[in-house]
Design a protein around this ligand. Structure first.
Ligand SMILES: Nc1ncnc2c1ncn2[C@@H]1O[C@H](COP(=O)(O)OP(=O)(O)OP(=O)(O)O)[C@@H](O)[C@H]1O
Length: 320
């Protein structure tokens, strides 16, 4: 991730619902197009169609893709989508000279050094720019957690699997919630609460504690009722979501010594930036006993860029 490369490349952020493609050059991207993944049988068809529609002088032969799923080896399988592919076969089918595939949250984390200030929304008191390791946490379909460590003018990415660390209750009320969740899963990971599905899990656990029957809600229903204030249990679920995210983000900051800040990604909170900023997130982030002053100096910032993964890919060093 050192200096950005200048060669033209096609980049793609392949999620469970949408694929976004663009052409990148000199660390910036253009020609952005969103495609609904359900309209295509395979990634090859979607990417092939995008490439074919580009003007000839803009058609790259190098590519970098970020996919919502684990990437190791040549065979890639998306977690929430019925698409799998071989990197070498896709590269050959599309006549590309190089094709790099990375996990989407890794690409998101790689965008952080390149985010314009206007795309970083401070949660908590605004603070001057700091340096040092950076933590990235993003509730979306799952919970992505990673770190970037500066090393002699470049950044080293530690992708990690922090979303699957144990969910830490910080109050008696949260202990009760975790107890309810434990009746469903013997190990309650952070992702069980801090994701789209997690919002619903929190809502259902709160209903169970309040002794009422839960409505069949989607994650968007929970936040919709919470924002409108029409359902106190949904209001509470959103508050607990933000509080617990604060605890986990504070743990990440302490663990990696994130003096460079904690960046929050993912599509959920992006939709509710004001509500998130006035939630208990920041107080909870700092609520670490003797280390409160240490955490007070660490900025927490919500990423406003719609597809940080594309920005990360645009700045990924290319293969020769
Ligand atoms: N308005 C909303 N309120 C709360 N959660 C939502 C809302 N809209 C979507 N979600 C949830 O957000 C999650 C998707 O998160 P995000 O938008 O970050 O996409 P993602 O993780 O990149 O997924 P993908 O790209 O695979 O579609 C899903 O669990 C979805 O149910």
């Amino acid at each position: 991730m050192g200096k950005s490369m200048t060669a033209l490349r096609v980049i793609g952020d392949i999620g469970g619902t949408y694929a976004r493609f663009a052409v990148a050059e000199r660390g910036k991207y253009s020609e952005l197009q969103h495609l609904s993944v359900s309209k295509y049988a395979a990634l090859k068809d979607a990417l092939g169609e995008y490439l074919a529609a580009l003007p000839r002088d803009l058609r790259p032969t190098r590519g970098a893709l970020a996919v919502a799923g684990p990437v190791s080896g040549d065979e890639v399988k998306l977690t929430n989508l019925n698409w799998s592919f071989s990197i070498t076969a896709l590269k050959a089918d599309l006549g590309m000279s190089s094709l790099v595939v990375v996990n989407d949250f890794a690409a998101t984390a790689m965008s952080v050094p390149y985010l314009p200030e206007a795309d970083c929304y401070p949660i908590g008191p605004p603070q001057s720019k700091t340096s040092g390791p950076v933590g990235v946490i993003g509730p979306g379909t799952g919970l992505g957690v990673s770190a970037l460590v500066p090393d002699a003018g470049r950044w080293i990415l530690l992708p990690g699997e922090g979303g699957h660390s144990t969910l830490p209750p910080a109050t008696q009320a949260e202990s009760l919630i975790v107890e309810v969740l434990r009746t469903h899963w013997p190990h309650v990971s952070a992702e069980r609460a801090l994701s789209g599905a997690g919002l619903v899990n929190l809502y259902q656990a709160l209903c169970s504690i309040e002794g009422k029957r839960p409505d069949p809600l989607s994650p968007a229903d929970v936040t919709d009722r919470a924002m409108r204030g029409s359902d106190p249990t949904c209001v509470k679920a959103f508050e607990v979501f933000c509080s617990m995210l604060g605890t986990v983000a504070g743990d990440l900051a302490l663990t990696i010594g994130a003096t460079g800040g904690i960046y929050i990604a993912g599509g959920i909170l992006l939709r509710f930036k004001e509500a998130f900023a006035s939630s208990p997130f920041r107080d909870r982030f700092e609520d670490k006993g003797r280390f409160q002053d240490y955490l007070r100096r660490i900025p927490t910032l919500l990423i406003l860029e719609e597809s940080p993964a594309l920005l990360g890919l645009a700045n990924l060093p290319l293969e020769p």
